[in-house]
Design a protein around this ligand. Structure first.
Ligand SMILES: Nc1nc2c(c(=O)[nH]1)N[C@H]1C(S)=C(S)[C@@H](COP(=O)(O)O)O[C@H]1N2
Ligand SMILES: [Mo]
Length: 208
């Protein structure tokens, strides 16, 4: 893995303090397991031909092999993980490339305001660009000092500790920078666009 895997991870588990004293968001229960939650089965991918791509409102579209992606500067962080179905796993250790690093490499246009993530299983999810450049948003390829397991989104997944976990695309292969918003898979099906766990933004109130 990376050298950063041996460093003491940066602790980002205090995100909840902005919203009160409770680390566990309302309506969540803590689990020690790491459940697998996917809309379908784990897709297969070929490590030789896998490409991570960034396109859209950027100066330099990116197409990186897995090796090239892993050569980008990485960080290791401890973060909490909240699934909208009600379980939370606290203190997960993820290693990966900050979203902001990828955005910087791609040279994002000033007009870009939204991001749509594309995954190998056909899953998509969207966020405002300003919510992606926060420090906890990683393209993670390591978990607990090992490669990220395939069921959890390996080779690369997004993690979004400030949002319910459906905002973090597993098996992510594409990041599209957009000037307008295109809703993702669950957002189109009624889940909240904003997905803040401490405000229990589970469903899109305008679309129920
Ligand atoms: N590509 C893809 N990403 C996905 C999903 C999915 O079905 N496909 N499910 C989402 C949901 S609802 C959750 S809770 C988390 C679950 O991640 P885990 O299986 O590692 O626990 O992945 C999110 N990312
Ligand atoms: Mo979820």
């Amino acid at each position: 893995m990376t050298d950063s895997g041996t460093d003491v991870p940066e602790d980002l588990t205090d995100r909840y303090r902005e919203y009160g004293d409770e680390r566990l968001p309302p309506g969540q229960r803590e689990t020690d397991e790491f459940p697998v939650l996917s809309k379908g089965s784990t897709p297969s991918w070929d490590p030789e031909s896998f490409a991570f791509e960034a396109w859209g409102a950027v100066d330099e579209p990116l197409s990186l092999s897995l090796g090239e992606f892993r050569d980008l500067p990485a960080v290791t962080q401890r973060q909490d993980f909240h699934c909208v179905t009600g379980w939370s796993k606290l203190g997960c250790e993820f290693t990966g490339v900050p979203f902001a690093t990828v955005a910087e490499r791609a040279g994002v246009d000033e007009a870009a305001e939204h991001v749509l993530f594309h995954a190998l299983d056909g899953y998509t999810t969207d966020l405002p660009l300003s919510e992606c450049t926060e420090p906890g948003v990683l393209f993670a390829y390591g978990y607990d000092g090992d490669d990220l397991p395939a069921d959890h989104g390996g080779p690369i997944r997004v993690v979004t500790p400030h949002k319910y976990a459906y905002k973090g695309a597993k098996w992510v292969a594409g990041v599209e920078f957009r000037t307008d918003r295109e809703r993702g898979y669950w957002e189109k099906r009624g889940y909240s666009d904003t997905a803040n766990p401490w405000n229990e933004e589970r469903y899109g109130s305008d679309r129920l």
